[in-house]
Design a protein around this ligand. Structure first.
Ligand code: TXA
Ligand code: MG
Length: 319
């Protein structure tokens, strides 16, 4: 492990991070969801380094992070509905896919040829400070190799990339633990592309608009990045298990009698706690190298929808 590459968030750290981003280097930083791998979103050579480090297919577009909702209009066309969603959910674990403003200066690599851009204002203090000091847009996917589990700590980022990244800003474990909700706004329609902490029910409650969903469940994604196998550990995953088999690790939820090779997402069956623990516990159980990771049933309600989405992708056969 390359401990020297971890930096705690101090003024000196932000100065160095801004310098590195400006010179076209990549920097890993925390958000409230997962750690990101960031580059100057206006610099194609810098953005290309993200795709290379992650071995990410170039048809998979990136999320652009900005420090305040007021900056969004530079890059995308907002309407009343997207402005309302921005007011309700930014800063926060919420990404909007909106029409790209041609000539706005974003690298073409970010959109993978689409005429839309995914844009997000994170709430995490360190992410906010970095974006504010950098002043411009930062493209950042989750800081994991393509297809792997997203990192929820600086140590996970280190584990993914070793010496291949020069700077990881470490502000401890991520509060939310799973990636942002992604919703596309098309005129007066809201289409959920990835479930997350902000649920469809909350979006409907704030806007009075019925949310459509377009979450791919097949091998051929309807939108880029909706690959069925994703967030996958090396171990096989077996879902909705009440009693694990011998030689299986167990990811429990709620009261549980298993103690050996078992981690509990939330002994009190709290979905927010389970989401926060999900990826770090999947990683830890993966390291045991047992026959499989068996996972207890998680209710398909509220945040449970996003948790089940990640588990189903983790369990899907690798393509
Ligand atoms: O919580 C998060 O969203 C984290 C943190 C770092 O912000 N980021 C993240 O990025 O999860 P990534 O690249 O791992 O996932 C972004 C997803 C991908 O599935 C990508 O295909 C999709 O967003 N995406 C990006 N731009 C899009 C667009 N224009 N239309 C549809 N999907 C898009
Ligand atoms: Mg990702």
């Amino acid at each position: 492990m390359t401990k020297s590459r971890l930096y705690i968030p101090t003024n000196k750290t932000f100065d160095l991070a801004v310098k590195m981003l400006k010179q076209g280097d990549i920097v890993s930083f925390p958000t409230e969801t997962v750690y990101g791998l960031g580059a100057d979103a206006t610099n194609s050579q810098a953005v290309a380094k993200i795709f290379e480090a992650k071995s990410r297919p170039s048809f998979n577009p990136l999320i652009v992070h900005i420090s305040s909702a007021a900056q969004a209009g530079q890059f995308v066309t907002m309407n009343d509905l997207s402005a309302k969603l921005a007011e309700c959910f930014w800063p926060g674990p919420f990404t909007m896919v909106l029409p790209l403003k041609p000539g706005c200066g974003l690298s073409d690599l970010i959109t993978a040829g689409l005429d839309t851009v995914a844009i997000r204002v994170p709430k995490n203090e360190t992410a906010h400070e970095l974006l504010a000091q950098f002043g411009g847009p930062i493209a950042a996917p989750s800081a994991n190799k393509s297809g792997n589990i997203s990192p929820t700590s600086a140590a996970h980022v280190s584990e993914e990339f070793g010496d291949n990244i020069n700077m990881i800003i470490d502000s401890g474990p991520c509060e939310k633990g799973i990636e942002s909700t992604i919703a596309q706004v098309k005129n007066d329609e809201i289409i959920l592309l990835r479930p997350g902490n902000i649920t469809a029910a909350e979006i409907e409650e704030k806007t009075g608009i019925k949310v459509k969903t377009n979450i791919a469940t097949t091998e051929s994604p309807v939108a880029p990045g909706q690959l069925k196998s994703h967030y996958a550990p090396n171990s096989k995953m077996r879902l909705n298990v009440i009693t694990p088999r011998k030689n299986e690790a167990f990811l429990a939820f709620g009261p549980c009698n298993t103690s050996e090779n078992c981690l509990n997402l939330s002994p009190d069956a709290d979905l927010a706690e389970a989401a926060t623990n999900l990826f770090s516990m999947m990683r830890a159980l993966d390291h045991l190298n047992l026959k499989a990771i068996a996972v207890a049933p998680i209710p398909h309600t509220g945040l449970g929808i996003a948790i089940n989405d990640r588990l189903e992708r983790a369990a899907a056969p690798k393509g």
